[in-house]
Design a protein around this ligand. Structure first.
Ligand code: C2E
Ligand code: MG
Ligand code: MG
Length: 393
């Protein structure tokens, strides 16, 4: 029975006591661990709903504890706290995601009461999702697909709609839409990622055929978890789904996040190369966030780099973000790869990316992810807007 335990791991007793008080106020059963020994003892006796983790402790650090939690397959929420500066915090947060931990947030010391309360309340509100519930949802068709358009920035085909990315949503009765970051990690850890991907692929390719019949021929991008790169028959399985649904492989793009989870590089290379031989495009998703980007890029046969939105969102205000974006675009172009920028939220970012030579763009400025039945209206609006604009710019 889960009794809403909150485990606070912090060597500073007064900070831990402060958090404990807020936690109790929010309805948690609080346990404090001031050193490594107490952490081990706590994890043996309780299964915390949330762990608050200080990055810096005298006898162990937050990274070591995160590694331990990943080994234990702890998939409840983790909230980082630290006084070590935002850059380190951001890196550790990303590392937690690489370990497939459920990172709830990061708070800088001194902790602001309102922010802490907010995050803890959010953690309590989210219903515990179990793999049984997810399995049932896949079988019952509760996992639906939203589509987010991609637009070309190249001068010959400027503003042309070139594709859509299929993004999973869970339409849970009585609960509205649940976003993928709430259930994809669970699908990955519980062996449900293969049936889920299968379902998304079939739904999206069927939708693509309907749009083709309506005169709109688009490349369909599907997110492929790198955990699936452990089955050598995957290219044949996908090929056979495409054949059954009468779609040619060159209209499909697979987006794969570079990840430490590509455990067997030889096998991943075999699978990815066979996708390319079959004519399926490969995009390296969230490029720039991992730690092995360049190695993966040289080794594996990607056809596109998808520059992570953390750089694109900052493009206009942060010189480092701009430098990284420009470098990614030049690197890709020198390697004969296309580039897609995700997270394009403003017209000025859109224009800047075009000037920097980026191939395509995706983001709220163009459209949010939308259900299939809203797509044709969006196409009409976008085309009307850009046939007018093209007279001006
Ligand atoms: P992703 O593949 O990098 O997808 C882009 C995410 O950025 C989407 O979040 C999208 O809604 C969001 N986004 C797009 N444009 C903007 C923008 O301008 N501003 C901001 N702030 N956000 C923007 P979403 O749909 O919540 O998906 C999150 C992640 O979940 C995806 O990241 C992908 O890694 C994963 N995912 C989604 N569907 C699937 C799936 O079917 N299979 C797998 N394996 N992963 C999936
Ligand atoms: Mg993607
Ligand atoms: Mg991405």
């Amino acid at each position: 029975m889960n009794s809403n335990h909150l485990l606070i791991i912090d060597d500073e007793r007064d900070v831990a006591e402060f958090i404990a008080e807020v936690g109790r106020h929010c309805g948690f059963n609080v346990v404090i661990a001031l050193c490594r020994e107490e952490v081990d003892a706590a994890l043996e006796s309780i299964d915390p709903l949330v762990i608050i983790l200080d990055l810096h402790m005298p006898d162990c650090d937050g990274v070591e504890i995160m590694r331990l939690l990943a080994e234990m397959k702890y998939y409840n929420r983790i909230l980082l706290i630290s006084g070590m500066g935002e850059k380190i915090m951001h890196t550790v947060f990303q590392l937690g995601k690489e370990y497939r931990l459920n990172m709830l947030g990061a708070l800088q010391k001194p902790i602001k009461l309102a922010e802490l309360e907010n995050l803890l309340e959010k953690a309590l509100m989210v219903d515990e999702i179990t793999s049984k519930m997810l399995e049932f949802a896949i079988e019952q068709g509760e996992i639906i697909v939203f589509y987010q358009p991609l637009v070309t920035l190249n001068s010959d085909h400027d503003n042309e709609i070139c594709g859509v990315e299929a993004l999973a949503r869970w339409q849970k009765p009585g609960q509205g839409l649940i976003l993928p970051n709430k259930f994809i990690p669970l699908a990955e850890s519980s062996g449900l990622i293969a049936p889920l991907t299968n379902h998304i692929l079939k739904t999206a390719v069927q939708q693509q055929s309907k749009w083709r019949k309506a005169g709109i021929d688009l490349i369909m991008s599907i997110n492929l978890s790198s955990l699936l790169l452990n089955d050598l028959s995957l290219p044949d399985q996908i090929d056979s789904i495409l054949q059954k649904l009468n779609t040619i492989p060159s209209r499909l793009k697979l987006e794969i996040t570079e990840s430490g989870a590509m455990q067997d590089p030889k096998q991943a290379m075999d699978i990815l190369t066979r996708f390319r031989i079959k004519g399926i495009a490969l995009s390296m998703d969230d490029f720039g966030t991992g730690y092995s980007s360049l190695v993966q890029l040289f080794r594996l046969p990607f056809s596109e780099l998808k520059i992570d939105m953390s750089f694109i969102l900052e493009l206009e205000k942060n010189p480092e973000a701009r430098l990284i974006t420009e470098t990614c675009i030049n690197l890709a172009s020198n390697l004969g790869l296309k580039t897609c920028a995700e997270g394009v939220e403003t017209e000025s970012t859109y224009r800047l990316l075009r000037n920097l030579g980026c191939t395509s763009a995706q983001g709220y400025y163009i459209s949010r992810p939308i259900p299939a039945d809203e797509f044709l209206d969006w196409v009409n609006r976008w085309q009307t807007m850009h046939s007018k604009n093209s007279m001006v710019s």
